[in-house]
Design a protein around this ligand. Structure first.
Ligand code: HMG
Length: 460
């Protein structure tokens, strides 16, 4: 069977940075450790006033095409995943193609372009579409360009303001890939949820605490669904587990839940039992596997007792050396970039994968042939889990990442500048703000066209 997966990855951050413990926390009169220790964030990325979802996407895609020596004719599909689109009809991918045509010989008239929407899980769905297109043999030897791009801004003073971010991830999906091969097996956890949405509005309506519960519930469902086709998962099966990362503290919760699930009924649980006891079993509390509403008519159902026992066990599990070691090796390395950029919505899980690969390269990990378990999530809500196998040649691809340079070059905003730039990107405000950085060798937003379209130019 044809091997299909990710052949190249490029990221593009917004050019500005907001220091969360140093600048944001003092201005909000909050403890900086809420950011560094609680949420797990040091900084957020923001777009300058000449940047937006199109420039970030086009800049990432342009670098990818240049680096891989691709011409438009080599790309048969451009899919953009975003939840920050500014047009309900014309997809962002057409703008991106227009930008790329400015700097490439040839055009993308032959390429199928679209836009994917399902909150943060949409880019994973677009990767899926590309995978299926190639597997179906409809690609005529061409590769697919999948780009996740978002300006994840919240209304000022919304609790989500702490988790903002802006950036794009471009991925080339192709046969015989050079980074990872994607598994056929997938698991889903999907339900009609009202936790985070943008009903015809720029900034989200969010029930933050509930969104975290929904994330965990759908992720667990997706893991069980994945196991139903791939067999039980075990913590030692995966070199890294990149999760959707709205903020690293969320992944801390997901990692613990995942570990508890994966070690159940394994020798790892037996070994830990001596230290912290065995995991509470639903049956012992008369609780069925389907949750409280399906607990049946048993006269001894003790849902609250079960929940309490689970909480206590999780607290104990969190303190074990075995868990610490696994988390440090498998999850922590996925969070490095995210800590510095915040939530990139659709790009977030793909940033987590990139972060893990970069960590492996820097630490000389022999990753070829090893597997990743990738947990994507989008509010509203859907989780998707699949596996990936790292392939020979991955080091060369990852060596080409310039994430560290990009992050280091960002302009460090003062709180007043942050307020101005937030206003500049607020669609309801007519605020013109001078850029604080100078575009160079990149696409920039230049103004509005006669039909209200946004216009872009490559600035040398
Ligand atoms: P909040 O009320 O500002 O923060 O909202 P908090 O008081 O809950 O504190 C956050 C954590 O910091 C807590 O840790 C505190 O204990 C800790 P936890 O108890 O949860 O482990 N903390 C401290 N730690 C050390 N020292 C201190 C300190 N103070 C507090 N001094 C919330 C947090 C995440 C709710 C908010 O930022 C929010 O609404 N964010 C937006 C929604 C979101 O990100 N949800 C995540 C799941 S949904 C998702 O991922 C989808 C999404 O990406 C969208 C999409 O799919 O399109 C968002």
């Amino acid at each position: 069977m044809t091997s299909v997966g990710i052949d190249a990855i490029e990221i593009r951050t917004g050019s500005l940075k907001l220091d969360l413990p140093g600048t944001f926390a003092p201005a909000k009169d909050e403890d900086p450790e809420k950011y560094t220790k609680g949420l797990g964030l040091n900084a957020s990325s923001f777009p300058d006033s000449y940047e937006d979802i199109v420039t970030m996407a086009a800049n990432a895609a342009h670098r990818l095409m240049e680096r891989k020596g691709l011409r438009p004719n080599d790309v048969g599909r451009i899919d953009v995943a975003t939840e920050s689109a500014f047009d309900n009809s014309k997809p962002v991918s057409t703008y991106v193609a227009g930008c790329l045509e400015q700097v490439n010989d040839g055009d993308f008239h032959h390429a199928n372009k679209g836009e994917r929407k399902f909150a943060c899980v949409a880019a994973t769905q677009a990767v899926d579409d590309a995978y299926n297109w190639i597997r179906a043999g409809r690609n005529r030897g061409r590769a697919a360009l999948v780009i996740a791009t978002d300006t994840a801004l919240y209304a000022r003073d919304d609790p989500g303001e702490a988790t903002q971010g802006a950036g794009a991830v471009a991925m080339l999906i192709d046969e015989d890939p050079s980074v990872v091969e994607i598994s056929t097996e997938q698991g889903y956890g999907s339900a009609d949820e009202t936790d985070f949405l943008k009903p015809q509005q720029q900034f989200p309506s969010v029930d933050g605490k509930r969104s975290m519960q929904v994330y965990l519930a759908r992720m667990r469902e997706a893991l069980e669904d994945f196991e139903s086709v791939s067999g039980d998962t075990h913590p030692d099966d995966y070199a890294y587990i990149p999760f959707h990362t709205p903020f690293p503290g969320m992944v801390r919760k997901a990692g613990l839940l995942g570990y508890r699930h994966m070690i159940r009924d394994t020798p790892v649980e037996d070994e830990l039992a001596e230290e912290i006891g065995r995991q509470p079993r639903r049956e012992a509390f008369g609780v069925s596997g389907q949750g409280p509403e399906a607990s049946g008519t048993s006269s001894h159902v003790d849902e609250a007792g079960y929940e309490e026992a689970v909480r206590e066990h999780m607290d104990a599990l969190k303190g074990t050396d075995a868990y610490h070691e696994w988390y440090g090796n498998t999850i922590e390395p996925t969070l490095t970039i995210s800590r510095e950029v915040g939530n990139w919505y659709t790009g977030s899980v793909h940033v987590a994968r990139a972060s893990a690969l970069q960590h492996a390269l820097e630490n000389g990990v022999d990753l070829a042939g090893q597997r990743l378990l990738v947990g994507s999530y989008g509010s509203g809500a859907q989780a998707e889990i699949h596996a990936e196998t790292v392939v020979d040649g991955w080091e060369e691809e990852v060596r080409a990442f310039d994430a560290d340079e990009q992050l280091a070059e960002r302009y460090d905003l003062s709180f007043e500048e942050y307020e101005e730039i937030h206003d500049a990107h607020n669609h309801e405000k007519d605020t013109d703000v001078d850029p604080v950085t100078v575009p160079e060798g990149e696409f920039a937003f230049t103004g509005w066209g006669r039909m209200g379209e946004r216009e872009y130019e490559y600035v040398n």
